[in-house]
Design a protein around this ligand. Structure first.
Ligand SMILES: Nc1ncnc2c1ncn2[C@@H]1O[C@H](COP(=O)(O)OP(=O)(O)O)[C@@H](O)[C@H]1O
Ligand SMILES: [Mg+2]
Length: 420
């Protein structure tokens, strides 16, 4: 990694629908306002705006226009750019590799590999580089798992020349999230590989795989997944829904997270906007088929309540656009949590008149915002409750979750407070 000073500007590239090479979309500059707070500016390039079939990189904050956009939120990084950058796990890899505890916001974008979610990328030249053709292979997973374990144990020397530190960038991924992960390719597709951690209380990879299946059984569209076992350890492979392998390379879909759609972030004050009810209103304004996406989001909210997924924060929801139009991405990162309380559990986002309460009455209270009639919404909740209650056990066991692990997570499903 180069040891340059913190960067203050970069070009933003986009891979447009039907293409595998990037085009320069605009320029991002990070400065400070008069009070010394970070201020980000983004402007679309003139030639990009003149390009036939040029698309917005973000349907909320950065619509196609000649204006200069400014933001002081998120340390000056626009939501769509933040979504394309590394999060806890990717930042950890980059910091370890750079031998620095913290880097400038723009450096995280520039130093991370171009396997990021969505269709945008970053660089210092006004002409984008050729797309990356080499990715880790399924065959490399055992070595990658070993490196991830070493990083979690903090067992990697602080010496930039040590071979393990050089290897770390193989792990490097710009994909968000906190759990250890890498991106790999096989003959058909690009996959997100998620590893277990030795301090996990149960086999997370198999449980997450099972939750995706259970969600499909409840009528939800989810990412496709499978388990591979390497060196005796299970790894969850989730097919990337924002990449499609073509004979010329990877086509990319644009992607923005729920955080960006809600114009919010992870800070305590911003959490007042963490809400399914606000999210559905925003999504209805963006997508061409609001009834479809609103009903789908309703099902996901209900499912999260039924599996006590209290990690359903806005970063675990996204919109994608494979061509012009945006729609909800397939569901991902569904994790049950066997919370102790039998009466009241709270989701990460508001889901009705009673706030975050994971409860049927609460979920139904705002049915019309999800463009559902009352009886239709009630039918969905009743059917999903009985589906989760009756089939969670068989589903997790058929996905290879052990009897012991099934027992540990059993309290998560259709908890009594849901129907209080
Ligand atoms: N199948 C997928 N295709 C494309 N992007 C994905 C997929 N699954 C997850 N992502 C992106 O990767 C990020 C991290 O994945 P996630 O499963 O949420 O990991 P974590 O458990 O660490 O939060 C997500 O926030 C989302 O942006
Ligand atoms: Mg996540």
């Amino acid at each position: 990694m180069t040891s340059r000073n913190s960067n203050s500007e970069c070009f933003v590239y986009i891979t447009l629908p039907g293409q595998v090479n990037a085009t320069t979309a605009g320029k991002f500059v990070l400065t400070q306002n008069v009070r010394g707070d970070a201020l980000g500016r983004f402007v679309y390039g003139r030639s990009y705006l003149d390009t036939k079939d040029a698309f917005e990189i973000d349907p909320v904050e950065l619509k196609l226009s000649t204006r200069t956009y400014e933001t002081a939120r998120l340390s000056g990084v626009f939501g769509a750019l933040r979504d394309a950058g590394p999060d806890y796990w990717g930042r950890r890899v980059i910091e370890k590799h750079a031998g620095k505890p913290q880097l400038g916001e723009l450096d995280y974008l520039l130093e991370s590999p171009d396997d990021r979610a969505g269709a945008i990328s970053f660089g210092l030249n006004n002409v984008p580089p050729a797309p990356l053709r080499k990715f880790n292979k399924t065959l490399d997973l055992e070595k990658l798992q070993g490196l991830a374990d070493a990083l979690i144990r903090d067992d990697i020397p602080n010496d930039p020349d040590a071979p393990q530190v050089q290897d770390l960038m193989l792990l490097g991924t710009s994909m968000g999230g906190a759990r250890p992960k890498v991106v790999i390719q096989d003959d058909d597709a690009l996959w997100l590989a998620k590893f277990n951690r030795s301090d996990d209380r149960w086999n997370n990879t198999r449980v997450e795989h099972a939750m995706l299946r259970l969600a499909r059984e409840c009528g939800i569209t989810t990412a496709e997944s499978r388990i591979v076992t390497v060196g005796g350890k299970d790894v969850l492979l989730i097919r990337r829904f924002d990449r499609e392998k073509t004979p010329k390379g990877y086509a990319r879909a644009r992607m923005v997270s729920g955080l960006t759609i809600l114009r919010t972030d992870d800070s305590a004050t911003a959490r007042t906007r963490w809400s399914y009810v606000i999210l559905v209103e925003e999504i209805r304004r963006i997508v061409p088929e609001p009834k479809k996406d609103a009903a789908e989001l309703f099902r996901r909210m209900c499912f999260n309540a039924l599996i006590s997924n209290i990690d359903d924060h806005p970063r675990n929801h996204a919109l994608i656009a494979r061509a012009k139009d945006w729609k909800l991405s397939p569901a991902f990162d569904l994790t049950p949590s066997p919370v102790v309380s039998e009466e009241r559990r709270d989701l990460a986002m508001d889901c009705g008149d009673m706030g975050r309460y994971a409860n049927a009455k609460n979920i139904l209270s705002q049915h019309s915002r999800f463009l559902l009639e009352k009886d239709e919404a009630e039918r969905i909740v009743t059917e999903m409750r009985s589906q989760v209650g009756s089939s969670w056990y068989n589903t997790v066991r058929s996905c290879g979750v052990s009897e012991k692990d099934a027992d540990m997570i059993s309290r998560a499903f259709a908890y009594p407070g849901f129907t209080l």
